[in-house]
Design a protein around this ligand. Structure first.
Ligand SMILES: *[C@@H]1O[C@H](CO)[C@@H](O)[C@H](O)[C@H]1NC(C)=O
Ligand SMILES: *[C@@H]1O[C@H](CO)[C@@H](O)[C@H](O)[C@H]1NC(C)=O
Ligand SMILES: *[C@@H]1O[C@H](CO)[C@@H](O)[C@H](O)[C@H]1NC(C)=O
Ligand SMILES: *[C@@H]1O[C@H](CO)[C@@H](O)[C@H](O)[C@H]1NC(C)=O
Ligand SMILES: *[C@@H]1O[C@H](CO)[C@@H](O)[C@H](O)[C@H]1NC(C)=O
Length: 514
């Protein structure tokens, strides 16, 4: 009886619930301007419902974030009813979902097809809505889509990549088309136009980069040419031969498909700028697809972080560094002359793998402290220079600099003159091969005194380059350091006495209390 009753009650409940559930209109996914706002709770539902789900994993504070969001909104309006659904996931709020989808980092835009959560297609970071629309269109098409009759076209196109192929069904056309898909912001065309072929004096199977109909560069297709090779060609030749680093170009430089960068650090207002820049530019022509040439103006305060990263001080410019972006090892041009041949040789030795990387510290040389002038390296500099018992006078030099080398005999003489003094060390260090962190500006050669007793103090010598004047300076600074030290000692003594008095008072108090 009780079982029957229970059944009846349950049945009633079901009856009440069922029609309500069936008639309930499904709640639409939240959206803003046609872009779905997805979270952990509704991502799977959106995935199931869309044949193509284009998702922007947005990090609101990232540089591209705002621009991509705007492009998404505009594209969403165009894509209404197209079978492509636009969506965004706020990675900063929905960390769990991003992690689950392995989308915590770049690429920020991915296309999920037919509900497959695991193998989304990477979408190039769009500049604007047109980038997205072109990318989707090219993805869905084939090389034949790019066939163009040039007799109809105007010369207005700024940049145009044209493929001349003997056979449109060839592998070359496929590679060409695959590159076009990945570069939606560049116009691509394929032609059979014989007039054009004779106009540009080319044979078949060549890709031309045109700038307002003028040939920037030609690329001959070969059986081993890959999509990546072609993309590298187009991306690099779209850029200036030497690109100045700034807020606008930084992204282009860092994402360029060339893993080797040559950086010229120079002050644009300096009088040698024109000549050095022109040598750098003509060297750059020979390494276009191998090394990306970048100029960094050291006077620009916004470049401060870049200088810090490469440990370049404004006073050290001009100088040239090569950096391998794969392992982040840097190389320093061992010259204070900057002509085209020297820069080219430097790049070539680097590419050949025979250049010496710039190191934190050279290895310690055997017998480094047995000569009158001690030969320091990065790892011994601090210990010797900041020794509280000895005053160190250090020559920081560049081995390839005439001006630096001219000081060597003077330094030997100075070392001999003070050889008998136990409290003085004369030393030198190669500032090009050792990273010297003395948080101070200055150029090389530099003569720096590190007075004993006063370990934090560093004094630059800028007087006459004679032994007599150097010794006078040394003695004066040592006296000064002693005086400072005496005063410091007195202050310290007073402080200690005051502390003792305080303690004694406390003692008396506790005795009184007993
Ligand atoms: C994320 O990566 C992990 C480990 O590689 C993998 O097991 C998981 O299936 C991935 N998630 C997705 C959504 O592809
Ligand atoms: C294209 O030509 C214009 C001048 O017409 C020039 O300013 C621009 O730098 C050129 N672009 C490339 C990539 O060569
Ligand atoms: C850059 O670094 C990578 C990884 O260590 C290495 O394979 C490559 O040869 C280096 N390139 C040059 C030009 O030294
Ligand atoms: C330089 O030394 C200071 C203090 O020792 C340290 O805080 C700083 O990080 C160092 N800078 C570099 C670039 O190593
Ligand atoms: C502590 O007490 C002793 C004797 O009780 C006295 O001589 C001394 O001055 C006191 N010291 C202080 C700091 O009050």
């Amino acid at each position: 009886m009780r079982a029957a009753l229970l059944f009846l009650v349950t049945a009633c409940c079901l009856w009440v619930l069922l029609p309500a559930g069936a008639s309930k209109v499904e709640k639409p996914l939240p959206q803003v301007d046609g872009v779905l706002q997805l979270t952990k709770s509704n991502f799977d539902k959106a995935l199931k419902k869309s044949t193509q789900l284009l998702v922007h994993f947005s990090a609101p504070l990232s540089g591209d974030g705002q621009r991509v969001s705007a492009a998404f909104q505009e594209a969403a309006a165009e894509l209404q009813g197209s079978g492509v659904t636009m969506a965004t996931v706020d990675v900063s709020k929905d960390k769990d979902l991003a992690k689950q989808l392995n989308a915590s980092g770049p690429p920020p835009v991915r296309l999920y097809i037919n509900g497959d959560k695991h193998t989304p297609v990477v979408c190039p970071v769009p500049k604007n809505a047109a980038s997205i629309l072109t990318w989707l269109k090219r993805r869905a098409g084939s090389a034949a889509d790019l066939l163009t009759d040039f007799s109809q076209s105007k010369d207005s196109e700024e940049l145009l990549v044209v493929g001349f192929f003997k056979d449109i069904a060839s592998g070359y056309a496929d590679v060409f088309y695959a590159a076009a898909v990945d570069l939606p912001d560049v116009s691509f065309a394929i032609t059979h136009d014989e007039k054009l072929i004779s106009k540009y004096d080319i044979t078949h199977d060549v890709v031309l980069l045109l700038n307002k109909s003028r040939v920037v560069e030609a690329y001959k297709m070969a059986p081993k040419t890959s999509k990546g090779d072609l993309i590298a060609f187009i991306t690099v030749y779209q850029m200036e031969v030497v690109t100045e680093y700034d807020g606008q170009t930084a992204g282009q430089i860092l994402t360029a498909p060339v893993p080797n960068h040559a950086l010229l650090f120079i002050s644009k207002s300096s009088k040698e700028f024109k000549q050095i820049h022109s040598a750098f530019l003509s060297a750059a022509q020979s390494f276009r697809l191998k090394v990306l040439f970048v100029m960094v103006n050291v006077e620009e305060p916004r470049n401060g972080r870049l200088l810090e990263y490469f440990r370049v001080r404004e006073g050290e410019a001009p100088l040239i560094r090569l950096v391998n972006l794969t392992d982040h090892v840097t190389y320093h041009l061992p010259s204070d002359k900057f002509d085209t041949e020297i820069i080219k040789t430097f790049c070539q030795t680097y590419l050949d793998g025979t250049a010496q990387p710039k190191m934190q510290s050279e290895p310690i040389l055997e017998g480094w402290d047995t000569q009158p002038v001690k030969q320091l390296v990065g790892s011994t500099l601090e210990k010797v220079a900041f020794n509280p018992d000895k005053t160190a006078f250090v020559l920081l030099y560049l081995p390839y600099s005439q001006k630096s080398r001219a000081l060597f005999p003077l330094w030997e003489e100075l070392a001999k003159a003070v050889e008998h003094r136990e409290d003085v060390v004369i030393a030198r260090i190669d500032a090009s091969a050792n990273d010297i962190n003395l948080s101070m500006y200055g150029s090389y050669p530099a003569l720096r005194l590190f007075p004993a007793l006063f370990a934090e103090r560093v004094v630059d010598y800028t007087g006459k380059e004679t032994v007599k004047d150097l010794v006078k300076f040394l003695d004066k600074e040592m006296e000064k350091a002693k005086k400072y030290r005496v005063k410091e000692d007195e202050d310290r003594k007073k402080y200690i006495e005051a502390m003792k008095a305080e303690d004694a008072k406390k003692d008396n108090k506790s005795k009184d209390e007993l």
